[in-house]
Design a protein around this ligand. Structure first.
Ligand code: PBG
Length: 325
């Protein structure tokens, strides 16, 4: 009685109502976080050539986007600052009047609790060499970089960040940031740890958007080897032990097995970052008419949710939210 012709799998696929009712995962605007780039010293939003539909924003435009995303029911924004002044230490990153701090203040004034404002914490947009920390020779020096990260975290929390998201892949970064936040009156500010971040080709377009490409070398001494899933579980465990409140896997689509493994292993709230290259590939194919943007985007985002991500950080967030509501 359990096989054909008694069993017909097509019965539950026969109408939109049936398909919707028996859908195993949902995709809602409230599952999505939109990464946005705030650029210092521009008068108009600047289109990002390698990311069709994405812009480096002015402060006014950022606030406007924040309001629109909140109205669409999107969960939050992941904010990146692109400063005009860079130096070897990346000191603009902890300037109380720096570009990202201005953006955090303005967003919180405008959207209050209607939208989560997550601050990406890294140095690559702020250093003149484009590396994610303090250099010793040509290598990022782990422990002095932690001191800088601690200072940045406090300054972002003071500017109003709801969540701090360290993305530099330094060892001990979550512990250093947790201690600094706690010592400075921000014990209630959560950390969304980029626990599992691979050294990926798919960050290419982002480096145009955030102007943070390394001037020499690459990030393979701190970001993970794409072949490793056991190591991903160790990274996740360590960030949990250091006090992370939620975890992230990045990129998303080439690493759905890692998303699933980290979710099952930790049970922690989990975000997956559908990164710039994943966005640009899909948009490029859609522009050529080779793929249907809307159905492909919703399928990709649903796949990331099915793999086990509670939240999807994606440049498709706004359009997807418009399609979903
Ligand atoms: C900064 C950072 C990067 C991304 C997010 N934060 C780039 C990198 O590590 O080189 C990539 C995001 C994307 O590609 O969308 N460390």
């Amino acid at each position: 009685m359990t096989s054909f012709p008694h069993t017909r799998m097509r019965r539950l696929r026969g109408s939109e109502a049936l398909r919707r009712a028996f859908s195993e995962v949902s995709l809602q605007p409230s599952d999505l976080i939109a990464p946005l780039f705030l650029k210092e010293g521009i008068a108009e939003p600047a289109p990002i050539a390698s990311m069709p539909g994405q812009f480096q924003l002015t402060l006014d435009e950022l606030v406007k986007q924040g309001r629109e995303l909140a109205e669409l029911g999107v969960a939050g924004i992941l904010l990146f600052g692109v400063p005009t002044v860079k130096d070897a230490l990346g000191s603009e990153a902890w300037n109380a009047d720096g570009i990202v701090q201005q953006g955090l203040h303005a967003l919180k004034d405008e959207v209050g609790d209607d939208l989560l404002v997550v601050a990406d914490l890294c140095l690559c947009e702020y250093t003149d060499h484009g590396h994610c920390g303090v250099l010793r020779g040509e290598v990022v020096d782990n422990d002095p970089t932690l001191e800088a990260y601690a200072r940045i975290a406090v300054s972002q929390a003071e500017a109003g960040a709801d969540v701090i998201a360290p993305s530099g892949m330094m060892d001990g970064q979550v512990a250093a940031i947790r201690a600094a936040l706690d010592d400075n009156g921000h014990a209630a500010t959560p950390i969304l740890a980029y626990a599992v971040k691979f050294a990926s080709s798919f960050y290419g377009p982002f480096r145009d958007a955030a102007e943070g490409a390394p001037k020499f070398g690459d990030r393979r001494t701190h970001q993970m080897n794409p072949s490793n899933v056991n190591e991903a579980l160790r990274e996740a465990e360590l960030d949990v032990a250091e006090g992370a409140d939620a975890l992230m896997v990045k990129p998303a689509l080439p690493y759905l097995d890692v998303v699933r493994a980290v979710k099952e292993h930790t049970g922690f709230p989990l975000a997956a970052y559908n990164v710039s290259g994943e966005y640009s590939m899909l948009l490029a194919a859609a522009e050529r008419g080779w793929i249907d943007e809307r159905t492909a985007v919703l399928e990709a985002l649903t796949g990331i949710r099915r793999a086990g991500a509670d939240l999807v950080i994606t440049y498709h967030a706004k359009k997807a939210a418009e399609w979903l509501i």
